[in-house]
Every structure is written in C-alpha cells, then in structure tokens.
Design a protein around this ligand. Sequence first.
Ligand code: ADP
Length: 282
Amino acid sequence: MSHDLDPPVAGPGLRELVDRLRVDPDDGFRLADRATEDDFGMTKDEALARLAASRSRIDVLQQRLHAEGERSVLFVIQAMDAAGKDGTIRNVLSGLNPAGIRVESFKAPAGPEAQHDYLWRVHQVCPPRGGITAFNRSHYEDVLVVRVKGFVPEQVWRRRYGHLRQFEQLLTDEGTTVVKVFLHVSADEQARRFQERLDDPEKRWKFRRGDLDDRALWTEFQAAYEDAIRETSTAECPWYVVPADGNSRRNMAVAEILRHTLEQLDPRIPEPEEGLEGIRIV
Ligand code: ADP
C-alpha cells in the first residue's frame, strides 16, 4: 500500500520526508549537521494544505487505533525554549477526538515525584491501549537540564541512557510505539521569539527570566541533546530532528512523522458481528 498522499501534494513523499528527518542508529549523529530551517520545497500555503491533509488522515488512523484497542503511541516532543512545543502540539493534534488523545507536560519534579526514581511519574502517564499520548517535555529532561545544570553527578545521568533505552524497549515490547521529536531551533530564531514575547503584552507571560539562564547555556544544552539523541535513537524508538525556525513547515513535518508512525502500525478495526449487514432499523 502506498503511504503517500493521494492526490500527490507538493514536497517530498511521506517516506522520503521522514527518512530525511530520522536519526538512524550508529550514523555518527551530529546535531550541527542538521538544519534548523528547511522549506521542503513547499510554499507556506502548500505546507499548510499538507498539514491539513495529514491531520485528516491521522484522525482516521487514530479512530482505528482506538477501535482496535490493543496498541498505543507515545509521541515525545523535546526542544529548547521558544522552539514551539506548545504550538506544534496544538496544530498537529487539534481536531482529533479528545477521547483518544492526551497531552502530558513535565515540570521540575515536586512532591511525590521527587521522592521516587525519575521514571516513576513518566510510566504512570504513558498511553493506554488504543490511545495516543504526546509528552511536552519528558523523561529526557533527566539527561538534559539535569545534566546541564549539574543536578546529579555525571555517573548518574550517564547511566540513564541505558535506562531510557530499556524503558522504551519495555514499552515497545508491551504494545506502545515510541517516537521522539526534537524541534531544532537556531539561537538567532530563539532570540527573535523571546523578543517578540517581551514586546507583546499578550505573550509576555510566557517569558521567565530563567529562560535567559538556559539560553546562556546554549552550547551545553546542544551537546546534551546531541548525546541524548545519539544514545537513544534506535530502530524501534527513533528520534526525528525537525527544523523549527519556520512554524508551518515544522508543524507539517511533525504531523507527517505522526502519520507515518500510524500508517506503519496499520491499526485494524475489529470484525463486526456476523449478519449485521441485513439489519434495517425501523
Ligand atoms: P515549558 O517551558 O515546557 O513551556 P515551563 O516554563 O513551566 O514549561 O518549564 C518547565 C521547566 O521544568 C523547564 O525549565 C524544564 O527544564 C523543567 N523540568 C522538566 N523536567 C525536569 C526534571 N526532570 N528535572 C528538572 N527540571 C525539569
């Protein structure tokens, strides 16, 4: 079965697009080699049309996944501040049946979260059978901000790569497909977006002074992302690096990654009871 859109739309085919963005294991991944901007050979309007088409298809596949009720999808989204995590989630998942979709956000652990191992809070909110859960930040914070800010010694965060691979393998073995997306924004574009937030009274609330502390550690964060992605992108639980300097192409590409994941799962609606086709409701 072809996984490409019918009728064809502008830009690369689905498989070509996701192949371009995926990080294959053992390919000597370097974040600096990946673009923060890519128009994928599409105008903005073409990207928006493709996003809409992709969302419609995700809607159909999500309903099938729900009807099948056996497997689930965990869609992890990570990024530097202002790369567009919230906007991507809103644009890609809007219009889907809320009954089958959840979004979980992760802040600095507090209360009982801080009293347990770092995966405790994560495992509880992984998707149920038939569901899709998007993580806005995730268990990867425990090898990113935790590493960069020195919250734990190196030997502690370094051994977590192994935990993360094994945790995701467990989820995979038990029926959850794990897909991870890094929204790759440039330092210049982040500066522009921070300034826009500060200048717009409607958006100013999004800005925290601490955002500038993280920005000052840009190089350290990029190194932490590079290592995390290289260490945990596996054939079954891949990372995708999505250019995030342009919103419409970013949203389109993320939607296509989710669609591709669902196309590959190919969820099957259950067989109806026999003999239903003859029934006439009076
Ligand atoms: P967001 O930036 O995601 O929109 P916030 O501004 O509330 O939301 O930021 C959440 C903060 O929580 C981030 O600074 C992130 O680094 C932090 N955080 C998330 N998970 C952890 C963790 N496991 N350990 C420490 N800090 C974390």
